[in-house]
Ligand binder design. Structure first.
Ligand code: ARG
Length: 281
């Protein structure tokens, strides 16, 4: 009896190891895919974004086809592939993104969104996948390079963004600075190009592309200690945070995230710099 049991345990153990190794190599996404279905009851997840923010997300018209592309979209597709769900993308103004999560109209948001203590009261966030800092965009030679220079000036920001909050903080210390909130970043850029406002506050990651496309403009970083960068937002209590974080960590560790940063943020890699495609904003 004793002797028979002696080989039973190692045999079962070896079998378990072989079966899990096969499962792991043959279909690495299968177990996670099942768990996404188990976690959410769905195999299709809806992401909502604000496609006015190149290179994170924006409309590209190519060969007559108009679609949303960008850094965030590539990451979302990669996560969908890794976790084995079908990705549906919907759009909203930036200001409507958190309400969409609260109303459970979407499973997650990717929109270059910065996790802030205020937002954390209403939604959950993944880890930060890319850093960004605020900048002032102004016409070249206007000498509007630092917050103090915005005295008595009109400044545009995107409604509902941390740039709106930061502009309000600056305005407390800079007399006469007026803030105007618009829904879409390209409209803001249009206003500064047409001279309707003096300056704009947007993130460096986005400012680079706009300034490159509009050489009459320049940008200067605003020094700050605040939390910055982009994270994925989820409805409060979402069970997706952990599996999404696992993929983000994996992408950071494998160099895949770096490759996407190179693809989208290196100035000459920006699609808007390429003469072959038209960017519709
Ligand atoms: N990072 C800033 C924020 O979270 C701006 C993001 C704007 N994103 C966009 N898709 N327009 O407030």
């Amino acid at each position: 009896m004793k002797q028979r049991n002696a080989w039973l345990f190692p045999t079962i153990f070896t079998l378990v190891v072989i079966v899990s190794a096969i499962a792991h190599f043959v279909s690495p996404t299968l177990s996670v895919a099942q768990s996404i279905k188990e976690l959410t009851g769905k195999d299709e997840l809806t992401m909502v974004t604000s496609p006015d923010y190149p290179p994170y997300e924006f409309y590209l018209t190519k060969e007559g086809e108009r679609k949303i592309i960008g850094f965030d979209i590539d990451i979302a597709n990669r996560i969908a592939q890794e976790l084995g769900f079908k990705l549906t993308i919907q759009e909203s103004d930036f200001n409507g993104l958190i309400p969409a999560l609260q109303a459970k109209q979407a499973d997650f948001v990717m929109a270059g969104m910065t996790p802030t203590p205020e937002r954390r009261k209403n939604v959950d966030f993944s880890i930060i996948y890319y850093d960004a800092k605020d900048t002032i965009i102004a016409p070249k030679g206007s000498n509007l390079t630092k917050p103090e220079d915005l005295k008595d000036k009109a400044v545009d920001v995107q409604l509902g963004t941390i740039q709106e909050q930061n502009a309000k903080e600056i305005a407390k210390k800079v007399p006469g600075m007026q803030i105007k909130q618009l829904n879409r970043v390209p409209d803001i850029i249009q206003e500064i190009k047409s001279g309707q406002i003096a300056a704009v506050i947007v993130e460096d990651t986005v400012a680079t592309g706009f300034v490159e496309a509009n050489p009459e403009l320049e940008f200067n970083p605003i020094p700050s200690e605040q939390e910055s960068g982009s994270a994925i937002a989820f409805p409060k209590g979402s069970r997706l945070v952990e599996p999404f974080n696992k993929v983000l960590y994996r992408m950071k560790g494998s160099g895949e995230m770096y490759a996407l940063v190179k693809k989208w943020f290196w100035p000459f890699a920006l699609p808007m710099a390429s003469p072959r495609v038209t960017v519709t904003l």
